[in-house]
Structure formats: structure tokens, C-alpha cells
Design a protein. Structure first.
Lengths: 822, 231, 248
């Protein structure tokens, strides 16, 4: 009984916090239609701020609790909410689903960046509960702390207060009216924008309350742990379908209690060790299943047609040409850059391959997936376990498993390409056979993993792709009916699940494949001790392990192969069907398309690409850890940067990968170097270094995430002008100059800086020069020489056109209404 | 006398599609202008331009002699333009009283609004705490109309008042419209059902394919109607 | 029975609002049947019920004497019900020709008997459809960039490649000019003669009156009149529905 009370109280307390946090999420979502991914991060930030004011040795540190609370909850938090609404979220209503998702994610990463920046160092920051650790009272033998008591009381009070606000005040009623019918609020003379501001302020306060209340329950403050903790509240919000506040409160309590009772019956994870991390994962598992049970929007004539997201598809010829150029440029660069740059670039390219999976899934098929790196991680682990790892006995069991995987992969993916019956059978069998041959002949099927093999083999990569693809299918299968935000959240839940249950898994799992081998055909220690060593490939006697340049060129070739294949896929019947599904699900249904099958196949395929890329990425890094490089945060950052680069294009994946892996590090290094060289400006350069390292990606996301076609394609468009025949001289001269500069660098006439300073300006001047020439030619054709210097008369029509374009109108205010009435 | 509301050569539409093409019209104090025509002819779009919900691509929206292109609808509303949109002039998930409270943004006190509303529509007074969405269609439209009655607008824009309502109630509502006009309010009525509006209108226009093809006194307009609607 | 699409007492409620009220309709094979009615009368709702995007609150939908009331939309397409949308549902990222091609490819997946026939003849089939609908001049334009009138034709063309036995057209002429509408009427007649029954929702009365064999009038979710175009034009209830109520 005592235990029951204790665990119930603990559950109620955490549940109450989830309720508070999720209520804030619901308030902002209903009034603005934006799911605030940054909600958890706001809570985290507030908790840190509160700690700073109360307990830091430096600034703040000794504020009394009430004043610190007032400041954090009613000054800082509302200001954060209002600034977010005005600067970032306003105007997102009419944008695409992807943009609505990316911008808040960018904000979340921004908060994480700021918190990491301000609260640097390994210092232990331990917030105390209200009235100290020993303030408790008891029911029977069960002790209840005052902190827990306060949490529950606050939750009840907030529930009452929210109820009062929403139903008894003009502010709240306006907020509800906005949900009902925004344009009618305007016609009533109300200001929906103001209501949105207020709701963001309130949402932000609620996040802050949750953050401040939950932080003492954790021990030390941690940026990511706190953010994730409030993310658990997302599940509660989904309970209430993101609308219903009472249900949301109940959802929060249900989650809090489930976690607590789970801890009770599993003795905090000791009974079933391999499930021990479930205590932190349970909320997202609940999130996943609640999402599945939610009634979904029916297919109806969409109104999404207002958003024009169109991606041109390059011809196969162009993609081949660009690929060759790319590989040549990378090879040329590898001659003149240092190992460090080479390895950064290689990372960028392997990340780019993972990002290609998003181009296929999100860019082509319009399905959101926030777990690209979870699949990549699974791929890397699979490659380790099944190819080079020590855990798996490579023998008949292994070969059988692979053949089974290959068959299931084929059955899932091939029908979508229009293969049916006998042809499908033939294709699947031959695919499985090829995989089998690959495994048997290239790697043999005897001996055990890492002891016998010191390099990543092709079959390792294939296995990575197959397993990751199969898991993609398993995840997608229940999620097939989900779309848009709900799908994004389901994949997000999956990513957190992988983060916790797979990367943090320390137990050995044993499986038996029936009829084959002994009873322990596969025994896996998924993530041995928090790190896996994954070797580089080795073929044609090239030592990839030591030659970074070889790895770079190899990876760039792989990236190009995948890119060309994707472009080819997009131009195939399959690609057209994906595009059709993205553009109009309703029309697809009325054309007889079975969309579930298509979705399943594209999920499988994308997960397979991510798995392949992940294995390659890991192999390039040589080791992976539980917290690097495949975590949920990195995944969100990669997703965001790929959207910035242009998720509908292969170039977007390249851009996303490179920017993700190198750009901010390079920029940070640049300022870091300056800080070293210029002692007197050290503070400035260090500031800039941290700024780019920690906030760069987030700012890129916030600033550029709205551009639907992406930065990558715009850069490409800029250079497109050089394709014209007229500008061949410009192209040839420019390229020759750059090659010359490159040559000087190769023979070490000058250093890298000079090379950059000479070649980059030439590169960017070429299109500008071409444009200038075009304009010159055009204006010469346009104006007759006699007309030079003679001005036009502005017609009335033209003036009114200009007025309309510039929205020049007279002002009109309330005072004048009276005159009007008379 | 200058018109309270005037459209000067308005072209407007959604995206690249122009719904209205070069439409001009004027509306004076105390006048009831009935804008008629088949579906998709551009009537509702005209109303959206007047209420500020749609920015015209060409032409001018002039209110009481001032060019108002680009004003926010809420600014126009506070300035005395009352728009009752088609079929959804109320907040269904708010109670009757909360709906009335939303009207106070115009600057009129809630007491005054309640007084006028309940005096005019006694049956609403017993339902103050009922969700507006659960009212009957007629009562919903009365609730919407109470904004026109209680907030003293200078211009009233009505979109398809009769939609989904029984004839008797439509008749009642239009009697009220007539009374509002007698107080000097300029009223623009968009209706698909022509006959009933023509009885109270002082001017009428027929709009098809985004153009005002006929404008005149109601009795004159009536002759063209059947042709315009049924071909 | 030779009536092959039958609605039996179909009703649809949205919350408390009755969008379609006890509608019974029958479409005869080989005819063009019109459905007219004022705004908000429930026409598009009825179309959504027939094509499966909406499940009726009560009533049954029968197709060739089989109850299809709860059949998934894509399966209805497979038994021969094609449709277009009032709010355009084109594949905007694809060109006009690819819009048609992809429909053909989708239909090839379920209509496997046709795969053999079409196989290499896909492009000639596309050409035939493009010629039929007169879209040859814009075949390579992006679907999002052509005028509405032609976009409606693309939707029609897309539905035609399924070789449907019945075609539901939701305001196909809106956005077309008079000339286009006239030739569109001729096209409909041609399609009908080739064996496709057509169910047409349209506001353009000239099109309805000139091409339909039979016209149903929907008002407040109920069918208030049925008859030939001539009958409908003089039908008292219809005139009242359109022009308003006689004041008492």
C-alpha cells in the first residue's frame, strides 16, 4: 500500500507537469495552427534561467524564490512567446506543412544552442525542490514532498485558471473565436493577431511552469534531457487531439501514472533489464499508439492547392554531367585540402546520402519523416552486427536471415514498380539470389565478424540497407494512415524510441531462427559499451583506412550514383505516382490507386537508403557512440538543413549534408583562428565562433526554411545562365582561371587562403558577368538611339497600377468612423 | 451627396485567376442594393473586396470618399462596415452571450448589444448560455443579424442571408434589413434568391462572369432574371 | 435492371447540419444526367458519397446492383466510377501529358488485363486522349500553369484513361469561356455515345440544358424535381428555388 501511494504520487506529480506543458501546446496550436516543437525547449530554457537566478555563483544566484519565479514566469516566458510569434511564427499559417514543421524545429534547436552556449561547461547544476529536499508530509508510511504537493496544486489551479480565461474573459473568448472562424473575428473588428500573441505568451508561460517544476525531479540540469522531458507532454496533447483541454489534462496524468507504475512493477527496470530504458521511453510509445488510434482526416478535395511547391526535374543527361563534374571537382579539391577538410567533406557527403532518403520520402512522396538518422543508426548497427561485428555467427543462419530479408524487401518494394504475379516472383527471387551470392562469395559465410574481418564490405552495406529498410516497413505499416503533422510526430516518437531503447541498450539479445543452426543463431549485443568500432572499406588494394582522400572520392561517387538513381526514379512511372500522391491523394484514390502499398514501398526504400548511408557514415567515422552521430537532435538538424537546401532536389540533400557537417564548423574555425591571431579582439572572435557553431544551423533554418524550393536549386539556377551559347566565353575564361588558380595551389605557389580568395570570386562573378552582358544586349535592342534620355509620361492607369502594387492607400482610423456615421 | 461605398473599376481574384473584371458600383446612405446573379458570378467576391478580405489587383475601394485599398478587415469593421458572411456569421462553439461579447470590438458595450438583441429577438434571451452552433438555422442568422442591429454600422454587407432558411424567417430577416436601411445605413445585399430581395431593394444589379451586366431599379431587373439564371 | 448507378435514400449530416436529405437517384446507362441546384444544395457532397470520399450517414449506394456504400474510394474507381473535382485536384508538379500518363500507369496496375493491350502503346493511347480532349497544344505545359478551363479538361482526360463506365463531372465548365463550353458539350455527347454514362453537376445552364438527357434539381439536400431540360426550365419549384420564395 505504501509503495502504491508513493508511486501514485510520483506519477501524479510528473503527470501534472505533462498536463501543464501540453495545455500550453494546445493553446498555441489551436489559435495559430502551428505545432510548437520548441515548446519543450522553452521549458528547458526557463528551468535554466530559474536556476541561474536562484543558485548560480556568478550573475543572479541569490534571488529569492518568489521574485525569481515572477521574473521567469511572467516576464521572461511571455516575452519569449511574444517575440517568437512576431518574429518567427507569424505568417506561417498559409505555408506548407513542411515549413510549419521546420521553423519550430529550427527554433527548438536555437534554444538548445543558446542554452548550451550560455550554460557551458561540465558544471553540475542542481536545482532544489521548493522548500528543500526534506520538506515532506506523509500518508501512512508514504512520504510526499512539498514539491510534489505544489506541483499538483499548481496543475489544478492552472486548469481552473485556464478554464476561467478561456470562458470568462474577452481575451480567452476571442482566442476561442479565432479557432472557430478567424475571418469572422476580423469582420467583428477583433484582432486575430493580438489573440495569437496572447496565446503564444500563455503557451510559453505554461512551458516555463512545467520546466521549472520538473527540473528538480531530474537531479542535475541537462539541456537535452529537459527538452525531451517536456516533449513527453506531446503525447498528452495528442490525447486531446490537440484541441480538447480536459482530455489533454487527463492524458498527462495517464502518462505520468503509467510511467510511475511501470517503474513500480519493473522495479525501475531491474526485472527486465533490456526494457530498462522503457521508463523514459514509455511516453513516446504511448504517443505512437495514441496517434494510431486517432480518427484521421478523410480524404477530401484538398484545399492545399493554394501552396505551390513545385520541383523541376533535371534530365538524366544533365544529372550525369553534373555528377561527373562533381566527382572531378571533389577529386581536384582533394589534392589541395588538408586531411581535416577532407574528412569534414566526407562526412558531409555521407550525411548527404542519408539526406537523399528524405528527398525521396519527403521531397518526392510528400511523407514527413523526422527519424532519418534513426534509420541511419539502425543501418550502421546492422552493418556492425551482421558483417563485421563479433556478436553474430556468420554461417548458414546469417545467410538465411539475409535471404529472408531480401525477399521481404523485394515483396514490399517491387510491386510498387508495377511488377505483378510471375514477374514479381521472378524479380524477388533473382534479387534474393543476387544478395545471397554477394554474401556467400564476397564474404564467405564462416568465421565470426570483427575478428576475421577488418574492413567494411559491400555486403555489410547491403545488409545495412536491407535491415534498415525492413524496420522502416515495420514502422510504416501501422503509420500508413497517418499524414502530415501526425506522421511527423509518429516518426519523431520512433526516433526517440531508437535513441533510448537501441542506442542505450546494453543487454545481449538472443534470437533463434527455426530449423537452422543451434538455438542461438543470432545473439546481439546491440551497442556493446556505448561505442561501436566500424572499419572502413577495403578493395582494389586501396587503403581507405589511411587515405582520407580515397574515402572522399569513393563517397562522392556513391553519392552521385544514388543521386542519378533517384532522379531516374523520379522520372519513372514509380516517381510519377509518388508525385501524384503528394500532389493530390484524393485524385489518386479516384484513379484507383492503392496508396497504402505505395507509401509502404517508399518508406521501405527511403529507410534502406538511410541505412546504407548510415553504415557508410559510421564506417567513415570509424566509431559511433550512443550520443553521436545518429541522435534525434542531429536527425532534426539534418532534416531542417535539407529543407533549407531544398528537399525536393538531390542538390538539397548535398547542400543539407555539407552544411550540416562542415559549414558551421568551418565558419567557427575561421573565427577561432582569428581569435588566436588577434588577441585584442579575442572576445569578439570567440563570440562569433560560438555563435556559428551553436546557433548557425538554427538560424539557417529560421531564416531560410520558408523558401519552398530551397537554397540549393537557387544557386544552381543562378549558374544556369552560363549554359547559354552567348556566354561560353565567360564560362571558358572563368573555368580556366579557376583551374589555373587550382594548379598554382597544387604546386604550392600559394596557400589555401589565396586559392579561396582567387577562385571563389571568379566562381560567383561568372553568372553576374553573364547577366550583365545579357542586360547590355537587351537594352541595346530595346531603346532606339533617338529615344535615349527621353522620359515616358505616366498614364493614370500606370500610376494606379503602381499604387495597387505598393498598396498605397490613405489611412483610416476609428475617429473618422463618427464622421462616417453622420 | 457622395456615396458611402464606391467601387471604381475593381479587378480582383484569387491567384492568377481574376473573378471580378472591371466592376464599378456605388452605394448611398439608406439605399439597399441587391446584387444578384447565378453562382460563381462574382457576387461574394465583390463583398469580400468591400469588407477588405480581398485586395483588388486593380481599381479602388472608396469609403466615404477615401481610398481604402489594403485596409485590414478588422480596421474597416471598427470603422463601421458590418459584414455578415454567408452561412457562417456566428461562432458555433461559443455561447450566444460570448458571440455577443465578440461584437464589442466595434466599441459598443456588451449591455447595449444585449439590450438591442434581446429586444429584437426575444427568443435568443432564453438561450444566452447555449452554444450558438446548437441554435436553429433561423436563430443563428438572427444572432448574426444582431451585430448589424446593435453596433451602429454605416455600411452593412449581407451575403446570402437566406441560405438554408425557411421562407418565413427569411421574410422576417429582410423586414429587419429594411428597417436598418431606414435608419440611414447603406446596405449591400448579395442574394441568389432574387425575388424576396427585389421587394425591399432600392437598386439592383445582375452579375455574371465577374461583370455587372445590368443595373437599375428592381422592377426593371426582374425581367432579366430568369434569363440570367436558367439560360 | 438497366439502371446501373442507384442512390437509395442517401442522407449526409455534418454535425447537426443536413447536407443531403434522403436522396434517391438513378443514372441510366448511356445517358447524360444533370444535377443542378443553388449553392450549398449538397451536390458536391453527393458526388463525394458516390465516389467514396464520404460515407453517407444513412442510405445505400448501389452500382450494377451491388452495394458499394462502404467500398474504399480506390476500389470504386476500379469498378468503373471516374470523377473530376470542383476544386481542381491536378498533379501540379507534373506536366499535362504526365498527368495523363500517370493515371494510365496507375490504372495499369490494377487493370492487369489492359497491360497487355497497352504495353508499348501507352504513348499512342495518351495521344488519343489528348486529341479527344483537345489538349494537344498544352501537352508539355506544367499542369499548374494552364488556364482553369483547360485544367478541367485535364481532369476529364485523367478520368477517361480509366475507361470508366460512369463519369462524375463536378462543374467541368466553370472557368471555361462560352466557346470552350460549347465544344465541351459536344465532347460530352461524343463520350456518351461511346458508351460512358455521365453525371454532371454544372452551373452553366446553357451546357446543362443543351447536353443533358435528364436533369435532377437538388435544393436543401433534397431532390425537388426531375425531368428533361425543357420540363425543368418551366418547373415551378425550380424557378422558385433559383429565384427565391414568394413573399407571403
Amino acid at each position: 500500500m505504501t509503495e502504491f501511494i508513493t508511486f501514485t504520487v510520483v506519477g501524479l506529480a510528473t503527470g501534472a507537469i505533462y498536463s501543464i506543458a501540453s495545455a500550453g501546446l494546445v493553446v498555441t496550436y489551436t489559435t495559430s495552427g502551428i505545432f510548437n516543437f520548441a515548446h519543450g525547449a522553452i521549458g528547458m530554457f526557463s528551468a535554466f534561467l530559474y536556476w541561474q537566478l536562484r543558485w548560480d555563483d556568478g550573475w543572479g544566484g541569490s534571488w529569492p524564490a518568489p521574485i525569481a519565479l515572477l521574473f521567469v514566469l511572467f516576464v521572461a516566458a511571455p516575452i519569449i512567446g511574444i517575440i517568437l510569434q512576431i518574429v518567427v511564427m507569424r505568417g506561417l499559417e498559409a505555408t506548407s506543412e513542411t515549413t510549419k514543421l521546420v521553423i519550430p524545429i529550427a527554433v527548438m534547436l536555437g534554444f538548445i544552442g543558446i542554452a548550451n552556449w550560455v550554460w557551458q561547461g561540465a558544471e553540475q547544476r542542481i536545482p532544489k525542490p521548493f522548500f528543500g529536499r526534506n520538506a515532506k508530509w506523509s500518508i501512512g508510511d508514504a512520504y510526499i514532498t512539498w514539491h510534489q504537493t505544489i506541483i499538483v496544486i499548481v496543475a489544478v489551479l492552472l486548469a481552473v485558471a485556464l478554464r476561467f480565461l478561456l470562458f470568462k474573459t474577452k481575451i480567452g473568448i476571442t482566442m476561442r473565436a479565432v479557432v472557430d472562424n478567424t475571418s469572422l473575428v476580423e469582420l467583428n473588428g477583433g484582432r486575430p493577431n493580438r489573440a495569437a500573441l496572447q496565446s503564444w505568451a500563455i503557451g510559453s508561460i505554461l512551458a516555463a511552469v512545467a520546466g521549472v517544476l520538473i527540473s528538480p525531479l531530474l537531479g542535475g540540469l541537462g539541456v537535452l534531457a529537459l527538452t525531451l522531458l517536456v516533449v513527453n507532454a506531446y503525447a498528452a496533447a495528442i490525447f486531446g487531439k490537440l484541441r480538447n483541454l480536459p482530455l489533454t489534462f487527463i492524458g498527462g496524468l495517464v502518462i505520468g501514472l503509467s510511467v510511475s507504475y511501470w517503474n513500480w512493477i519493473s522495479s525501475t527496470g531491474q526485472k527486465w533489464p533490456w526494457l530498462s530504458e522503457l521508463r523514459t521511453t514509455l511516453p513516446v510509445v504511448i504517443l505512437f499508439f495514441v496517434l494510431l488510434l486517432l480518427p484521421q482526416e478523410k480524404l477530401r478535395g484538398s484545399h492545399a492547392a493554394t501552396i505551390r511547391e513545385r520541383f523541376a526535374v533535371p534530365s538524366i543527361q544533365a544529372s550525369l554531367v553534373w555528377s561527373s563534374i562533381f566527382v572531378v571537382v571533389v577529386s581536384a579539391l582533394s589534392l589541395i585540402i588538408t586531411d581535416k577538410w577532407e574528412s569534414l567533406l566526407t562526412r558531409g557527403l555521407t550525411m548527404g546520402i542519408i539526406a537523399l532518403s528524405m528527398v525521396l520520402l519527403t521531397g518526392y512522396a510528400g511523407e514527413l519523416n523526422l527519424a532519418p538518422l534513426a534509420f541511419a543508426g539502425i543501418g550502421a548497427i546492422s552493418a556492425f552486427q551482421f558483417d563485421v561485428g563479433s556478436a553474430v555467427e556468420t554461417g548458414p543462419g546469417f545467410a538465411t536471415l539475409i535471404v529472408l530479408l531480401a525477399i521481404s524487401f523485394g515483396v514490399l518494394v517491387f510491386p510498387a514498380f508495377g511488377l505483378v504475379r510471375s514477374r514479381l516472383f521472378f524479380a524477388v527471387v533473382s534479387f534474393a539470389f543476387i544478395v545471397f551470392i554477394l554474401v556467400v562469395f564476397f564474404d564467405g559465410t564462416t568465421g565470426t565478424g570483427i575478428a576475421s574481418r577488418e574492413s567494411m564490405s559491400l555486403s555489410g552495406l547491403v545488409v545495412a540497407a536491407l535491415i534498415s529498410g525492413s524496420i522502416g516497413a515495420v514502422v510504416a505499416l501501422p503509420a500508413l494512415r497517418l499524414r502530415g503533422l501526425y506522421l511527423a510526430l509518429a516518426t519523431f516518437a520512433f526516433a526517440i524510441f531508437v535513441d533510448r531503447m537501441v542506442y542505450k541498450q546494453r543487454e545481449t539479445l538472443t534470437f533463434d531462427i527455426p530449423l537452422i543452426g543451434d538455438n542461438e543463431d543470432v545473439s546481439i549485443n546491440i551497442f556493446n559499451n556505448g561505442a561501436l568500432n566500424i572499419p572502413r572499406p577495403n578493395f582494389w588494394r586501396i587503403n581507405f583506412a589511411e587515405k582520407q582522400w580515397a574515402m572522399l572520392i569513393f563517397v562522392s561517387i556513391i553519392f552521385c550514383i544514388f543521386s542519378v538513381a533517384l532522379i531516374q526514379l523520379r522520372k519513372s512511372s514509380y516517381g510519377r505516382q509518388l508525385t501524384a500522391m503528394k500532389d493530390s491523394p484524393a485524385a489518386c484514390a479516384t484513379l484507383g490507386m492503392n496508396m497504402r502499398r505505395l507509401k509502404l514501398s517508399v518508406f521501405t526504400l527511403a529507410a534502406a537508403i538511410a541505412g546504407f548511408g548510415g553504415a557508410l557514415h559510421a564506417s567513415n567515422l570509424r566509431t559511433i557512440q550512443e550520443d553521436y552521430p545518429f541522435t534525434i537532435w542531429e536527425g532534426l538538424a539534418l532534416f531542417m538543413l535539407t529543407v533549407v537546401g531544398g528537399i525536393g532536389y538531390v542538390s538539397g540533400a548535398l547542400f543539407g549534408g555539407i552544411i550540416y557537417a562542415c559549414a558551421f564548423i568551418v565558419m567557427g574555425d575561421f573565427w577561432g583562428k582569428l581569435a588566436e591571431d588577434w588577441g585584442s579582439f579575442r572576445w569578439l572572435f570567440t563570440f562569433l565562433q560560438d555563435f556559428f557553431l551553436l546557433l548557425g544551423p538554427a538560424l539557417a533554418g529560421i531564416g531560410l526554411g520558408r523558401n519552398p524550393s530551397g537554397v540549393g536549386s537557387q544557386i544552381f539556377d543562378g549558374f544556369r545562365i552560363l549554359k547559354k551559347k552567348d556566354h561560353r566565353t565567360v564560362l571558358v575564361c572563368g573555368s580556366s582561371l579557376m583551374i589555373l588558380s587550382w594548379f598554382f595551389r597544387v604546386i604550392e605557389v600559394y596557400n589555401g587562403w589565396v586559392f579561396i580568395l582567387t577562385s571563389l570570386p571568379i566562381l560567383f562573378l561568372m553568372p553576374l558577368l553573364a547577366e550583365a552582358r545579357d542586360r547590355d544586349v537587351k537594352s541595346r535592342n530595346d531603346t532606339l538611339i533617338e529615344m535615349a534620355g527621353i522620359e515616358y509620361d505616366f498614364s493614370d492607369e500606370f500610376i494606379s497600377y503602381i499604387d495597387a502594387e505598393l498598396s498605397i492607400t490613405s489611412d483610416f482610423n476609428v475617429d473618422e468612423r463618427n464622421t462616417l456615421n453622420e | 451627396m457622395i456615396p458611402l461605398l464606391s467601387l471604381q473599376r475593381i479587378t480582383a481574384g484569387y491567384g492568377e485567376i481574376s473573378i471580378l473584371k472591371d466592376v464599378s458600383m456605388e452605394l448611398f446612405s439608406g439605399q439597399i442594393y441587391a446584387l444578384l446573379g447565378p453562382n460563381g458570378g462574382g457576387k461574394s467576391t465583390t463583398l469580400k473586396v468591400c469588407s477588405g478580405q480581398l485586395l483588388p489587383t486593380k481599381g479602388e475601394l472608396i469609403i466615404a470618399g477615401k481610398v481604402m485599398n489594403g485596409s485590414e478587415p478588422n480596421a474597416l469593421a471598427r470603422a463601421g462596415i458590418c459584414t455578415i458572411p454567408e452561412g457562417k456569421g456566428i461562432f458555433p462553439n461559443l455561447t450566444v452571450r460570448e458571440n455577443l461579447l465578440m461584437m464589442t470590438s466595434s466599441g459598443v458595450s456588451i449591455e447595449a448589444i444585449e439590450e438591442v438583441t434581446y429586444r429584437r429577438f426575444p427568443q435568443l434571451s432564453s438561450r444566452t448560455n447555449q452554444l450558438a452552433g446548437t441554435l436553429s438555422g433561423g436563430e443563428q442568422q438572427m444572432l448574426a443579424m444582431s451585430r448589424a442591429l446593435s453596433t451602429n454600422p454605416a455600411i452593412l454587407l449581407l451575403d446570402e442571408l437566406s441560405m438554408g432558411l425557411a421562407p418565413l424567417i427569411v421574410g422576417q430577416l429582410y423586414e429587419i434589413v429594411q428597417q436598418i436601411a431606414e435608419e440611414g445605413v447603406a446596405i449591400l445585399v448579395v442574394e441568389q434568391f432574387a425575388n424576396i430581395v427585389l421587394e425591399i431593394a432600392t437598386t439592383a444589379g445582375i452579375m455574371t462572369h465577374g461583370k455587372l451586366i445590368k443595373e437599375g431599379i428592381p422592377s426593371e431587373i426582374q425581367k432579366y432574371l430568369k434569363h440570367a439564371y436558367l439560360g | 435492371m438497366n439502371e446501373f448507378l442507384n442512390l437509395e435514400n442517401v442522407s449526409v449530416y455534418f454535425g447537426g447540419h443536413i447536407a443531403v436529405n434522403e436522396v434517391s437517384l438513378a443514372i441510366d446507362p448511356g445517358t447524360i444526367t444533370g444535377l443542378i441546384g443553388p449553392n450549398g444544395a449538397g451536390k458536391t457532397t453527393l458526388f463525394n458519397v458516390i465516389s467514396g470520399l464520404l460515407t453517407p450517414s444513412s442510405g445505400r449506394v448501389l452500382f450494377a446492383d451491388e452495394d458499394i456504400t462502404s467500398l474504399a474510394p480506390h476500389k470504386r474507381a476500379r469498378i468503373g466510377i471516374g470523377r473530376t473535382f470542383q476544386k481542381l485536384e491536378l498533379f501540379n508538379s507534373l506536366s499535362v501529358i504526365d498527368n495523363i500518363r500517370v493515371s494510365l500507369e496507375i490504372s495499369n496496375q490494377w487493370n492487369s488485363s489492359r497491360t497487355e493491350i497497352l504495353g508499348s502503346n501507352i504513348s499512342s493511347e495518351i495521344d488519343r486522349i489528348l486529341d479527344l480532349t483537345g489538349l494537344n497544344s498544352v501537352r508539355n505545359s506544367m499542369a499548374s500553369e494552364i488556364p482553369t478551363g483547360q485544367a478541367r479538361l485535364v481532369e476529364l482526360a485523367r478520368a477517361l484513361v480509366l475507361s470508366p463506365s460512369i463519369l462524375l463531372l463536378d462543374e467541368p465548365a466553370s472557368g471555361q469561356n462560352d466557346e470552350e463550353t460549347e465544344s465541351f458539350g459536344l465532347l460530352l455527347r461524343e463520350l456518351c455515345d461511346s458508351g460512358i454514362s455521365i453525371f454532371l453537376v454544372e452551373h452553366d445552364m446553357s451546357l446543362v440544358m443543351n447536353t443533358c438527357d435528364l436533369v435532377n434539381v437538388l435544393d436543401f439536400g433534397s431532390v425537388i424535381a426531375k425531368g428533361t431540360p425543357e420540363e425543368i426550365q418551366e418547373h415551378e419549384l425550380v424557378i422558385e428555388a433559383y429565384l427565391g420564395f414568394k413573399k407571403r
